[in-house]
Design a protein around this ligand. Structure first.
Ligand code: HMG
Ligand code: MG
Length: 297
């Protein structure tokens, strides 16, 4: 049975913008975030506390958080390590996403450590965060394919997820980093995850590099998933994953779900206005299907 309601976790301000090489003003990012909230987004990754040398676009994380925290929205920040968590907590963040990939080579390129090193650092921190009442999400990258190592074994992904669940995370966001997964793989992994970890929120994070994201979302819906990370305008990608293009577009996902009678609480005309805010700051035009048809900008 398909759900009658789905939660969209908007990742545009973080995943969408992190890869843009020209610095986008904090003001423009804040307007984008604000307009996304107006469209009905209730959960959002707003920025990341990462090394400004590695990802200069996210260097204004403190300012973004300072102006964006509000009690009606789950405002999530992404962090890879202890110092990122410290920065996030000093900024009063109550909702934190940790990230690590399944693949060693990907982790070495993305966070300069192996999967085991990263996990060893992160797992004990989860307990500390939970004691402080923080909502903890774990983003598991390269859950299907790695840009360097190729196919990732399902059982390795499940094993890594299990470690984070046992450490106490509230949510797993499981990612097809380079948009290589096919619907049967989405169905297979997500049906195992929803069965194994029935008390953890399970979220699917698809990049649309090869046009398979909507099909993968439909497969994940059938596997019992009712939470999806999406990015307004379909912008984004990980700077350290060659070939990772945009996330699946929020507006295309919302349109498909609403057509299926599944509620998202998001108002498409207002979402289009949010994309209008950020589009002029981006190096490439927005190419999502819904935006191309309906934007007046
Ligand atoms: P490193 O160079 O190994 O770091 O980078 P280090 O621990 O050796 O520290 C070196 C310097 O960085 C020190 O400063 C630290 O203080 C500083 P210095 O003494 O040289 O002045 N530093 C930091 N500064 C600010 N914030 C921090 C931080 N940590 C260390 N948190 C590190 C290791 C993890 C920091 C680096 O590799 C990094 O920042 N990587 C982030 C890469 C990234 O943001 N990738 C994109 C996000 S993941 C993604 O997009 C995938 C996802 O969407 C799901 C999917 O699609 O797969 C989530
Ligand atoms: Mg991503």
């Amino acid at each position: 049975d398909l759900p009658n309601k789905v939660t969209i976790i908007e990742v545009g301000p973080r995943d969408g913008l992190q890869n843009v090489s020209v610095f986008i003003s904090t003001e423009a990012k804040l307007q984008f975030i604000d307009q996304l909230k107006k469209s009905g987004i209730k959960e959002m990754e707003i920025t990341s506390f990462v090394s400004p040398k590695w990802v200069p676009q996210m260097q204004d994380a403190e300012d973004i958080v300072w102006h964006s925290l509000d009690l009606n929205t789950r405002t999530i920040v992404l962090t890879p390590n202890r110092s990122g968590i410290q920065r996030a907590r000093l900024s009063n963040c109550q909702e934190i996403a940790l990230f690590v990939g399944v693949s060693n080579t990907f982790n070495q390129k993305n966070i300069n450590r192996t999967t085991a090193q990263a996990t060893e650092e992160l797992l004990p921190l989860i307990k500390e965060l939970k004691e402080q009442g923080v909502f903890v999400r774990a983003c598991i990258s390269t859950a299907f394919y790695c840009p360097f190592e190729g196919r990732v074994e399902e059982k390795e992904t499940i094993q890594l997820c299990k470690q984070f669940v046992h450490a106490g995370v509230d949510e797993l966001s499981v990612a097809d980093t380079i948009g290589m997964a096919a619907p049967h793989e989405s169905y297979s992994l997500f049906s195992k995850l929803t069965t194994l970890f029935s008390t953890t929120l399970i979220t699917a994070h698809f990049h649309d590099t090869r046009g398979m994201a909507l099909a993968n979302i439909f497969a994940a819906l059938q596997a019992g998933v009712s939470r999806f990370d999406t990015s307004a305008g379909g912008i984004g990608g990980c700077p350290f994953a060659p070939g990772a293009s945009g996330n699946v577009a929020t507006e295309d996902v919302v349109f498909m779900l609403e057509r299926m009678g599944i509620q998202t609480g998001i108002q498409l005309p207002l979402l289009v206005q949010a994309i209008d805010v950020i589009a002029p700051h981006l190096p490439k035009p927005i190419s999502s299907s819904f935006y191309t048809l309906y934007s007046k900008a």
